[in-house]
Design a protein around this ligand. Structure first.
Ligand code: GLC
Length: 560
């Protein structure tokens, strides 16, 4: 199937059954190791999530996306899965997972599980069998093993680089002790890529999907959804050194966005359709354009794709307007909603990113020696204004745990605390993503700010986070938590997720202004105050007085 030339509009939308909750949902990302630790070992777990389920209900989210909790040696924080159908003991048990599903569903909150199909852990039984088997064996054919180049096979099969730095190939020692074949890993060497040209891999993932669907998950966030299929012959490719490492700025990469990948999601779409309850698939696909990303959400494929083009847009009115327009054209053109996202566990938190004065290093992270470090007060002010724009947009929005507290990126993590494979594979040249993964502060006066009953925390929390702790924000009407609660409540009350956006011109180039139903949104992205239009104030990202909207502030007004 190719992209339709004309807008199918609601016809395509209506062909999808059920409530289509995912069209308008606010989905809260939980990074389990950093959310809440019930066991006291310093790493968050599933009982920790369940214990805070009412906090998420009060926040007003519709669904939770759980980053990986399956069995894993944790070389890439769980994105290296060794058993897809079990819970890692670090996070609890399958019974804990069932309890969480029950707690969430009984409160009307859906649960989406992370699924990692591009690669497994090198500790997965299949990879261990592959290492023990001979070249050319069916065991090796489940991964991408190749002979090396050079006289004795001492050179990697091609020049591909790992997203985390260094070569994308590692040479194995054959069972007889001789240096042997190489295997492909687009990420860490502990994450061998599956060979999706092998039907056995397809069969196994159908089984994994059904395992979790039978347990009641409402859908999957699909990791590296643009990477599963590689170009035939695995041709050499030299990436643009300035491009994002996940392929966000380049077309024609032999391991990103290959046409054949879409058949996999058509197949999965059919598996999900066997189940009741309107289950959904969301693609993590970093592609150069919104139009390319929209191919992942054609009517017979996935239901949502992360809008990384939006996440990557700087705090600039013209650029934001352009990406919003593009998104509201390209996704509905294939019958899908647009999604919106500002932060996740892979990028610099937006309370820091939006005030960077140097180029955004994205997955490479920022640290003590990075240029252009953000000013925290300005960063938080912009983040609040940006979230107030995002949550007014029609479609589905993703929130990353801690952004509702206004958490910034932790920049000064000591080197010996860092755990991201990027940090190790580049020998500290790239800081990596630990700065957005620091455990959540719940209680200002408790050890580890209430993250863990023993005061342990797998990454150190900054001293200044006491003021950001959730308990300090609950009763404070001006806190970021109160702002998010108001935004989510008004978004629901005015059905903004299902609304229609209309731009309002005349405020000047540095202002974003639009209506969505009976709500008017005005965001001042410039440096001078602007006069507010008439209307009852519903929410303001900072206090507004005298009918003027200061710089870096967004308001929602009721106008109809
Ligand atoms: C995705 C995940 C990221 C992980 C990578 C490899 O981009 O979001 O955290 O490191 O895939 O699985």
């Amino acid at each position: 199937m190719t992209l339709p030339d004309t807008l199918p509009g609601t016809a395509a939308a209506d062909s999808r059954p059920g409530s289509q909750w995912w069209r308008t949902a606010v989905i809260y990302q939980i990074y389990p190791r950093s959310f809440a630790d019930a066991s006291g070992d310093g790493v968050g777990d599933l009982p920790g999530v369940t214990s805070h389920i009412d906090d998420l209900k009060t926040l007003g989210v519709d669904a939770i996306w759980l980053s990986p909790f399956q069995r894993s040696p944790q070389k890439d924080a769980g994105y290296d899965v060794s058993d897809y159908c079990d819970v890692d003991p670090l996070f609890g048990t399958l019974a804990d997972f069932d309890d969480l599903i029950e707690a969430a569903h009984s409160r009307g909150i859906r649960i989406i599980a992370d699924l990692v199909p591009n690669h497994s852990s090198d500790q997965h039984v299949w990879f261990q069998q592959a290492l023990a088997a001979a070249p050319g064996s069916p065991e090796r054919a489940r991964y991408i093993f190749r002979d090396g180049k050079g006289e004795n096979g001492e050179l990697p099969p091609n020049n591909w680089e790992s997203v985390f730095g260094g070569p994308a190939w590692t040479r194995v020692t054959e069972p007889d002790g001789t240096p042997g074949q190489w295997y492909l890993h687009l990420f860490d060497s502990s994450q061998p890529d599956f060979d999706w040209s092998n039907p056995v891999v397809h069969e196994e993932f159908r089984r994994i999907l059904r395992f979790w669907l039978d347990r009641g998950v409402d859908g999957f966030r699909v990791d590296v959804a643009h990477g599963l299929v590689k170009a035939p012959g695995l041709p050499d490719y030299t990436p643009d050194p300035h491009a994002g490492s996940m392929g966000g700025e380049e077309a024609d990469v032999p391991y990103w966005g290959q046409e054949g990948v879409h058949d996999i999601y058509r197949d999965w779409n059919r598996v999900l359709a066997e189940y009741d309850g309107d289950r959904a698939l969301c693609a993590e696909a970093w592609l150069p354009t919104v139009d390319m990303t929209a191919k992942w959400v054609r009517p017979d494929e996935m239901h949502q794709a992360f809008n990384f083009a939006y996440l990557e847009t700087p705090w600039n009115a013209a650029e934001l307007r352009a990406v919003i327009d593009e998104s509201l054209r390209a996704y509905p053109a294939v019958g899908a909603p647009s999604t919106w996202v500002l932060s996740n566990h892979d990028v610099v938190r937006h309370a820091s990113r939006l005030a960077l004065t140097a180029e955004n290093p994205q997955g490479h992270g920022i640290g003590p020696d990075s240029p252009g470090k953000p000013e925290p007060v300005l960063g938080l002010r912009r983040a609040r204004a940006a979230s107030a724009v995002m949550l007014a947009l029609p479609g589905s929005a993703y929130i990353y745990q801690g952004e509702e507290l206004g958490l910034p990126e932790v920049i000064d993590l000591p080197g010996d605390a860092r755990q991201d494979p990027t940090w190790f594979r580049t020998e500290g040249e790239r800081y990596g993503r630990d700065g957005c993964r620091v455990p959540i502060p719940w209680d200002a006066d408790a050890p580890a700010y209430g993250f863990s009953p023993t005061g342990q925390s797998w990454l150190p929390q900054p001293a200044e986070w006491a003021t950001l702790a959730r308990d300090r924000q609950v009763g404070d009407a001006d806190s970021t938590l109160s702002l998010y609660r108001s935004l989510l409540a008004e978004r629901r009350a005015h059905a903004l997720g299902a609304g229609t956006l209309r731009w309002i011109d005349g405020f000047g180039d540095d202002v974003l202004a639009f209506t969505n139903g009976d709500v008017t949104v005005v965001s001042n992205i410039g440096s001078e105050p602007v006069a507010l239009p008439a209307g009852d104030l519903l929410v303001a990202s900072e206090p507004v007085t005298d009918g003027m909207l200061p710089a870096d502030v967004t308001v929602w007004l009721r106008t109809a």
